[in-house]
Design a protein around this ligand. Sequence first.
Ligand code: HEC
Ligand SMILES: [Fe+2]
Length: 453
Amino acid sequence: MHSLKRNFLLLALLWTGLLSVLLFLNVREIQKSPAQQAEIQAKSLINSVISFRSWASHFGGVYVPVSEQYPPNPYLKSPKRDLTTTEGDKLTLVNPAYMTRQVFQDFHGKEGLNGHLTSLKPLNPSNTPDAWEAKSLESFERGSEQAMTIEQTSQGAKVFRYMKPLYVDDNCMKCHAEQGYKVGDVRGGISTIIDLREGDAIAARSIVSLMWTYGLIWLLGLGGLYIAFRRAIALETEREQKLNLLHVSENLAQEFINDMSELSTLEESFSALANMLEKRDPYTAGHQKRVADLAEKIAQELGLSQERAHGVRLAGLVHDIGKIQVPAEVLNKPGQLSELEMSLIRLHPEVGYDILKAIRSPWPIPQTVYQHHERLDGSGYPRGLKGDEIIQEARIVAVADTVEAMSSHRPYRPGKGLEAALEEIWQQRGKALDPDAVDACLSLFRNKGYQFP
Ligand code: HEC
Ligand SMILES: [Fe+2]
């Protein structure tokens, strides 16, 4: 149960961890995307500016009509800078840098268009690079082909900056040769700035919706896990309950065995057996105990050793134990028993013998039980033994059994009383019953004032 909980906690943690990692990777990807998009945008802008510039420099600049907005370029030192057409229109030569600067000025901020043409050695002071541009230009001179960075502006905006070098080719030499440039040198660069705030806002929105999605998936997963966990717990509980039941019955059996071994003496074990039998056969309640007591006294009266007399007592305690095999309805049946029922009851000496034969003891207990219905004249059962063929213990128990049985109440007949019982054994003295045992029994009752316990 405990390990189950731990496993599910572990699974939940794993699930949480997995989703956290995935979310983290996703968020990082989304956070990077505004800069990536800005990079694409910046490259295409700069590349197209470079294309227009090289188109213009191919002609060594282009002539445009002079206007207030586009006056002649004071930095262009060329004798052919200003022309007048045959019709009298004034034209001026526009070099690529002038064109670039004007386009950037005129269209600044439109569709995100912006740019700055710079050089480490500018002809025009307004083309002076800022710190980052200067650093990039230096790196171009060392061979870099582009530069980019993300910066916080002084206005607090987050921007992406991109810059590409401009290389000197033959067309440039017309105007820049006297500055000492050679073909292939880096003449300067064009940079652009892209505001990342809008992209960041979009990214933040998609991160929020991504988090909701992940949260939902996470909860769903946890819910599924919880349901599985509850099911597993239910199964486990059921299993444990079954196991507990098993343990309970095991424990009961163990307790019984312990109890039995605590019954240290055979006497106690036999008393327990007698009690068990009497649970099923209330009419003979106490019968065995009283027979045991009387039989022991008779044995003592006959001069048997204390040891042997104790054996007689023990045999008396369980002499009817074989009745455990007789159905309770038969044992408790009032009135006459059928022949069949009678034959069932008559099996009890043999059944008792079978039950007791495994017990190791110094006394002939199984034999005594086996023979307690044998009669001196051979009229008894199960074997019809005669005289000395019946052991003395059995002959003693037979007398005690007869007296006790006759004097007490039975289901099929009322008790005849002690006097009638004593009269009966006197009648049977030397016939069915052992004469010495009968004498001893009569003496006990008549002279010694014996009474059943
Ligand atoms: C028709 C003459 C002319 C041609 C051709 C020309 N430039 Fe220039 N360039 C100028 C002049 C004049 C300036 C001065 C600044 C301005 O006009 O803003 C200049 C400025 C620049 C600047 C800006 C830095 C500064 O010095 O102010 C760069 C970079 C530049 N040119 C690169 C080139 C390259 C590269 C080529 C060849 C592809 C080229 N130019 C072709 C005339 C020319
Ligand atoms: Fe009996």
